[in-house]
Design a binder for this molecule. Sequence first.
Ligand code: FBP
Length: 254
Amino acid sequence: MARVSLRRITRKGRALYLAYDQGLEHGPESDFNERNADPRFIIEIARKGKFSGVVFQRGIAEKYFEELQKAKVPLILKLNGKTKLPKGEPISAQIADVGDAVRLRAAAVGFTIYIGSEHEAKMLEQFASIQREAHRRGLLVIAWIYPRGKGVKNDVSREMIAYAARVGLEAGADIVKLKYGGNEKDLAWAVRAAGKTKVVVAGGTKKDEKSFLKQVREIVDAGAIGLAVGRNVWQHERPLEIARKLREIIFGEK
Ligand code: FBP
């Protein structure tokens, strides 16, 4: 089987991705201000902050295609998403496909699976066909695997994060994105469960810088290859400064 090289979206085997799909997931009111509501601001952070990739939904990737090409930051095209408005069992709707990713010159596709949801089967099936086609067409695959829904009590327990990691491996993701519950040993177990699938961790809501950086050190010590972070960077007063600190920890940059 032809392998797609992880090197397109990693450096020294490590990764720092800038996630910006929160406009769809959470809405502008909860996450954005005058500055970070503009996708061009995000592209500039990704470029100057030397991120290994930026995560956009299709609409932003289309409308800001030229800016993104100029910036030369690898695109990770998110293929599904949902708003925060429905109250039922979570399902992330597929709203883009691998053809869109190829057309938009993405390096990778991203896809969310809520394991534990009543709709889990649909997301697993869609992921399977996306994974096959993406690999056939030379794209990497990142799975956001979030335990959620009626079947899940604690989404960041040792059991759940390792389960999410293992689903990433078994479903064929190149990289699995997990949430960190604050226990380094649990994350190390999840990294073990992910086998040859690499692990990156989400940033979560904005924290004070000191505790955020402490968390990032733990994540790297646990064996994750890095972060796919949004709010803790582009809600920061000085995004490039926090990006530099993240590079120091993740890539060992001086
Ligand atoms: P953050 O670093 O801002 O948490 O972003 C990571 C992420 O996975 C985003 O890609 C996504 O929009 C968001 O978290 C989903 O968060 P949730 O579903 O928990 O509200």
